[in-house]
Structure formats: C-alpha cells, structure tokens
Design a binder for this molecule. Structure first.
Ligand SMILES: [Zn+2]
Length: 439
C-alpha cells in the first residue's frame, strides 16, 4: 500500500523545478530545447526512470519517459512543449528568464504557455513512480520542441518518425483550462478541448493599371483602391453565429449551470455570445486583416496590391467554401483570393468527448470542487493535439488549474505568470487524473 503523499513537500519541489525551468531560454526560433529536455529528464533519472532523448535537429530534442503498466489497457501520454515564443523585454516589468517569484506568482516566459503545465505533468509522473502505482497501462511523459513554430521539428516530426512513441490510447496537452469567472461572474468552468479551429490564411491580390502619380487616373484602375475596398467589405461583413454539434453541447451544459441563455432564446443567446470574444470565436469563422502591401514609390500608381487575412474556421467548414464566400463579399473580379502557401493540408479532426479520460477529468474536478462545471470545448489557436487527433487519438487540451483573465493574458503576452496556487492545484489534479486512469 502506497503511503500518503506529502503535498507540502511536493509543492515545494514543483516550485523549485518550475523556477529553474523558466530560467532556460527556449525562445523559438531558435528553440534550443535540448537543454530543456535534459533539464526535465534530470528529476526523472534521479528516480531511476529511463529517459530517451530524440534529436530532431541539432540542439532540439524530444524527451520521452515511460512507466510500464501491466498491458491490460493502452497507454496514456502526458505531453507538453518546451519551447516558448520570443519576448520583447522592454515591455516586461521584470526579467523574462529568471523565474522570479513575487506575491504568490511565478513570472517568466512560458509560465502559462506551457512550462507550468509541463511541471504539473512531470510531478504527476514522478509521483506515480514514487507511489509505485500498480499501472494497468503505460504512462508516457513526453516533452517536445517546436510547438510554437507549427511543430515541424516537434510533434509533427515525432508522429512521422517515431509513431511508436505516439501509439497511445489517450493524450493530455495544452488547449483548455479552468476559468475563475464567466462574463464577469465568479464561476469554476473547466474547458476540455477536443478540437481546434482550422487555420485558413488567405492572400488578396488586386491588379490595376499603373500610371504616373501626377495625372488624373481612373480610381477603378488603382489597385490600392480596389484592395482597400475589398478589405473594407470584409471588415463590414456581418456573419451569423454557427452552432456546431460540439458547441451545442457546451451551451447546454453552461445553460444548465445558469451561465448562458438557451440557444432557443436566440436573441439573448446571441447577445451573450457576442459579448465575449473568446466565446464568439467558438461560434463563427473569424477573419482579420493582418498585412497590407502596396506601392513602390510616392509618384507611381501601384499595378498590384496585396493583403493577407488570417481566418480561423469552425469544424465542418471547408476552406474552399469559405473562399467562395469571401469572393462573394468582395464582389470584385479584379481581386483574386488565394490560399497562403504556408497552410498545411490537413483539416483538424474532432475526437469524441464521451471517453474514459473525459469522464475521469470530470469526476476528479467535481470531487475537488462541488461547483465545477466541465465542458468540452474548441481551441481557437493551434496546438500539437491536432497531430494526434488526426491519428484518431482522443488528445485533449486541458491544464487542470483555474486561470484568471490576467494569467490568460500571459499567453504570448508580457509579464507572463502562473500563481503558485495554480501550480499546486495542477500538480494535485494531474496526479489524481493519472492515478484513476492508470490503476
Ligand atoms: Zn503552447
């Protein structure tokens, strides 16, 4: 029989690891995640756990460790990325790579995205070993590089080159978390992401007739004017809400808990959704103009002008149909709309939420917090989960802690931090989810 866990000691250990982890600068590019992989491997090796370091590129490594189960169930993977997005130090009020602890908060690039969650998973994994849990399935700890640059040298590479590592029944990674408020009301809502929106970057190209800037020139033939008009039409395009089957379930759960009007009360429902950008993103394809490029000289009327738009599509929406809609709104044969060359071909795949892992997460949260509401959700941005979902693996985006709006602003933002309270909560809940899934 395993002894009870001394949580105060585990919390102190987690904080120590977290602070030192944040001191490793893994800004991507270039990443340098090998140092992070070796760092995370340290506490595992100290417990006698074998670690494999897989180089994907010089200086970049995946760390994989495994606790072997009796084989009666298929593996559970805990996965996190070790790279972070770069920092603009002048906008920070404190150093970004020192792991500064102040007023119960741990500051540093990666605190919420996602070194903090990496430490929660690491501690849960170490505890599973220390407690000698009688595992029914393998428990896999995996830390990957390059998530912030589309995963070509991280999870995507791993899926292509080491399918044995990702041959798991379930996976837990970033993409959802708990929230301490809902539209200004105190709440405990935990979003477990089972899908993410599809990136659909597009280029608008307007072609006109060049000419001398000193002469009267037909406005219709000025490519900059045509492009500006197209962009304006897109900006003014009012689109109705789209409720996908998954979000229908989400709304039903939040309605039952008293946080949202029912879908049938369409006016109130729409008003509530449009009040919050994060919620609205789950009910419509988004479209933002992100670059504009036109003209070569002050005295030359541009023959060609270009813009890019960043669109994110809801599940079930095709890129081709979306392009047709965009063309119809622009309504100008002189403006061409093409897909951006960086897009990958794969559409994100939805995985079911009615699974053992989802039910376990829900049960653990509801036992820990009576008022917890657990909902399947959609990630607006991209995560490594998409590579596993394409393989049919229920890969969930879920950090088991309660992020404040201020903490959420840290994702790719300045003064990024995670509270010690959340770190502790995350370690305990991750361990409990793992324990129930694996024993
Ligand atoms: Zn991330």
């Amino acid at each position: 029989m395993a002894s009870a866990i001394g949580w105060p000691e585990v919390h102190a250990e987690a904080l120590d690891v977290f602070v030192r982890y944040l001191r490793i600068d893994t800004s991507n590019p270039p990443g340098n995640e090998a140092e992070a992989a070796r760092f995370l491997g340290g506490p595992l090796e100290a417990e006698g756990i074998a670690c494999e370091y897989i180089e994907t590129q010089p200086g970049r490594e995946v760390l994989v460790a495994r606790l072997t189960g009796d084989g009666s169930k298929r593996p559970l993977m805990l996965c996190n990325h070790t790279d972070v997005v770069p920092v603009e130090p002048r906008y920070w009020d404190m150093p970004a790579f020192e792991g500064l602890v102040r007023d119960g908060r741990v500051y540093g690039r990666g605190a919420v995205d996602m070194k903090g969650m990496g430490v929660m998973q690491l501690m849960a994994f170490v505890l599973a070993k220390r407690q000698a849990l009688p595992l029914k399935r393998d428990l896999v700890f995996c830390a990957v590089p390059d998530e912030e640059a589309l995963g070509g040298w991280g999870m995507k590479w791993l899926c292509e080159h080491r399918p044995d590592v990702v041959d798991v029944e379930f996976e837990l990674n970033e993409g959802g978390s708990g929230s301490g408020e809902f539209q200004g009301r105190a709440a405990r809502i935990f979003s477990v992401a089972t899908n993410e929106k599809q990136v659909c970057w597009m280029r608008l190209t307007a072609v006109g007739t060049p000419g001398h800037g000193s002469y009267p020139h037909p406005v219709e033939q000025n490519s900059a004017v045509r492009l500006a008009r197209a962009v304006q039409r897109l900006a003014e395009w009012e689109r109705p809400l789209v409720v996908t089957p998954q979000m229908r379930h989400y709304v039903a759960e939040l309605h039952e808990a008293g946080y949202l009007p029912p879908i049938e009360d369409s006016e109130a429902f729409e008003e509530a959704v449009r009040r919050s950008p994060a919620l609205l993103a789950c009910f419509m394809n988004t479209l933002n103009v992100t670059t504009l490029d036109s003209g070569i000289r002050p005295n030359v009327i541009p023959a060609k002008s270009e813009a890019t738009i960043d669109c994110r599509l809801l599940p079930g929406q095709s890129r081709d149909e979306w392009r047709e809609q965009v063309l119809a709104v622009i309504d100008d044969p002189q403006v061409e709309v093409t897909f951006h060359e960086l897009l990958d071909d794969d559409e994100p795949a939805e995985v079911p939420w009615d699974t053992e892992l989802y039910r376990t997460i829900e049960a653990v949260l509801k036992e820990a917090m009576e008022d917890a509401v657990v909902v399947p959700s959609l990630t607006a941005g991209g995560t490594d989960n998409r590579f596993l979902r394409l393989r049919g693996i229920p890969a969930y985006g879920f950090a088991p802690c309660i992020l404040s709006p201020e903490e959420r602003a840290g994702f790719h933002g300045n003064n990024e931090f995670l509270t010690i309270e959340n770190l502790n909560l995350g370690c305990e809940l991750t361990y409990e989810i793992v324990r129930r899934m694996c024993t």
